[in-house]
Write a new protein. Structure first.
Lengths: 333, 268
């Protein structure tokens, strides 16, 4: 009696198999691939940012971990301190200020030096351009850790720039003329010699160094697309280099230069190793205190997340600006 | 004449400025003692032996670096190829949104992404697992192959595609015989960009490894508490050499200036 039942089972199985393969065919292989990829993007690429946002509203429990929540106390703490409204502490606002200040100066210096370099580079042959690009890319790929290691040696008091200045006699000259006292006021000297560690100068210069190769890469495309025949025409009509720069080069690359500045600025907002190494604790930035809160000494994940969200919003605003600029540049072209 | 000399001089000065800290790190590796002195004292190659033979912690972290970089690069290519292809072929709003989402982690401060990933892996488990480390680097660096592959797809001659279609080639055949071969060098460039940047990446790996394994970059940072030592510099040199080889190969077999956005028409 069980025979018909079994047969029908087989039939059902067959029908299922057919419809499954038909289902896959109907969907199309490409749609399945795209579906899987979309899931991965949402889960690994986008979800972490959402998690940071959600956790930032959570609440730290003394002596334990933290719980979900929904209040703005972490944000209030970042801007006006934990004891608000009784008293106002601007500790973290100051960190945000340093984050912005270092990033602005670093990106300005980097673009300032990268612009002439890239302009000269694009005038070379294709082959020399490729060689310079390999050089720039190789230095670009150097980790922040390695760069800091290099500058640490170069700026260290025992062997490096201060030792070199002393050996050459610059230090003695500075002492005689009184400049050393001025440098001490600027926090760039000890009673005995100049010092760069720790100083804001070293922090900003190392940051500029970090993004200089990026600046070259970003400026390379717009500068190499400038119409050479226009420059040649201007030259034949007697225009000097300055006139050429002012009337042809600058107008053509004004927007890309500004766009690169914004991108480098955003990149520098997240600098961590340089700041922990070259800035003294009082002058450190949000990324350092984010780390302290999440993994370091203080262990307050929601508070760390709130600081990360503020950093994220700051970055987002400036990326928005740079996208706007890119669109403007496209419309002009 | 003076102008040309000025240009050359300026470029060389920039090059020296860029190379100086790197050179210093490399030369410090020759120090005989335990401290980083420049110029090196008592030059020796003993630190290289330390790095590659005597101290297993370095070899172990080098292995981790290689595994993570190669796996992340492979995964990044597998994820971004269909996205770039879809955007190039259909150019729908969906494909545009997907492409910009894929570039999101690279565009925003990596420390924020690192924090978010550490939350994600804490919740679903796997924080401090190599696999999640690989996935994290895939997500962080996927923007690079996405860009290079898109540039590659745009550089395909439309005439070839039209000719193939007129002769009755199916989409699969066109993909296999025209699109894949013509974009191969761009795909490889993207692959190598991910490998090199993954080698050097620090902050995201710092958060997701949760101190249970270390890449070379991470190991160097962790050892900093005892100060810089010449053995670390060997790690830096190894990575620098890999970067130069990779980018030289990219320049040799691909069109590096074009990849960086130079005008295709100019060929001098």
């Amino acid at each position: 009696m069980s025979y018909p039942a079994a047969a029908s089972d087989i039939q059902v199985g067959r029908a299922d198999g057919k419809s499954a393969s038909a289902f896959i065919k109907g969907l199309g292989l490409s749609n399945i691939v795209m579906g899987v990829i979309t899931a991965v993007i949402l889960f690994v690429f986008v979800a972490p940012f959402l998690l940071v946002l959600v956790v930032s509203f959570g609440e730290k429990i003394e002596g334990a971990s933290w719980v979900w929540g929904f209040d703005f106390s972490n944000y209030i703490r970042v801007f006006v301190g934990v004891d608000w409204p009784n008293s106002v502490t601007l500790l973290y606002t100051l960190k945000l200020y340093y984050t912005l200040a270092y990033a602005v100066l670093g990106s300005l210096i980097a673009v300032g030096f990268a612009f002439p370099f890239t302009y000269f580079m694009t005038q070379g042959s294709r082959r020399s351009q490729a060689m310079w690009l390999v050089f720039v890319l190789a230095s670009l790929s150097m980790s922040e850790v390695f760069v800091v290691m290099g500058w640490d040696i170069l700026l260290s008091n025992r062997s490096g720039l201060p030792a070199l200045l002393k050996a050459v006699g610059v230090t003695d000259w500075l002492k005689e003329t009184g400049w050393l006292t001025v440098l001490r006021d600027w926090d760039l000297a000890s009673p005995r010699n100049v010092k760069f560690k720790t100083s804001q100068l070293a922090t900003v210069l190392t940051m500029a160094y970090l993004v200089w190769p990026y600046a070259v890469i970003l400026l390379f495309a717009p500068l190499s697309r400038i119409d050479r025949s226009m420059i040649e025409a201007a030259r034949t009509m007697g225009a000097g280099s300055v006139t050429v720069l002012r009337t042809i080069v600058f107008p053509a690359v004004r927007l890309p230069v500004f766009g690169s500045l914004l991108l480098l600025f955003v990149y520098l907002l997240g600098t961590y190793v340089t700041v922990t190494y070259f800035a003294e604790p009082a002058h450190q930035t949000l990324p350092v205190s984010i780390y302290e809160s999440i993994r370091g000494a203080t262990l307050n994940a929601p508070f760390g997340a709130a600081q990360a969200v503020i950093l994220l919003i700051t970055a987002g605003i400036f990326i928005g600006f740079s996208l706007l600029l890119a669109r403007l540049a496209e419309r002009k072209a | 004449m003076i102008k040309a000399a000025f240009k050359q001089g300026f470029m060389v000065l920039c090059a020296i400025y860029v190379a100086l800290p790197i050179m210093v790190v490399c030369l410090s590796a020759l120090n005989g003692g335990r401290s980083m002195l420049f110029p090196p004292e008592d030059p020796t190659l003993g630190r290289f032996v330390d790095f590659f033979v005597n101290e297993p912690v370095w070899l172990n972290s080098l292995e981790n670096s290689v595994v993570i970089a190669l796996s992340a690069a492979t995964l990044a290519i597998l994820i971004t190829w269909p996205i770039a292809y879809d955007q190039w072929k259909k150019d729908t709003t969906f494909s545009k949104v997907l492409a910009s989402l894929a570039g999101l982690p690279f565009a925003l401060p990596p420390i924020v992404f690192g924090v978010g990933l550490s939350f994600l892996w804490t919740f679903i488990g796997g924080l401090g697992n190599m696999l999640t480390g690989i996935l994290s680097h895939t997500a962080l660096l996927a923007a690079l192959p996405l860009v290079t592959i898109s540039i590659g797809l745009q550089s395909i001659d439309r005439a070839h595609l039209d000719a193939a279609a007129t002769m009755g080639a199916s989409e699969g055949t066109i993909l296999r015989t025209i699109i894949l071969p013509q974009t191969m060098s761009y795909t490889l460039s993207g692959f190598f960009f991910v490998v090199v940047l993954s080698f050097h990446e620090f902050i995201v790996m710092f958060f997701v490894s949760a101190s249970s394994y270390a890449t070379v970059t991470l190991q160097i940072f962790n050892s900093l508490r005892n100060g810089f030592t010449p053995t670390m510099a060997v790690g830096a040199i190894t990575f620098l050499i890999v970067s130069i080889i990779v980018f030289s190969l990219t320049a040799r077999f691909g069109d590096l200036p074009r990849l960086m956005g130079a005008d295709q028409a100019r060929k001098d």
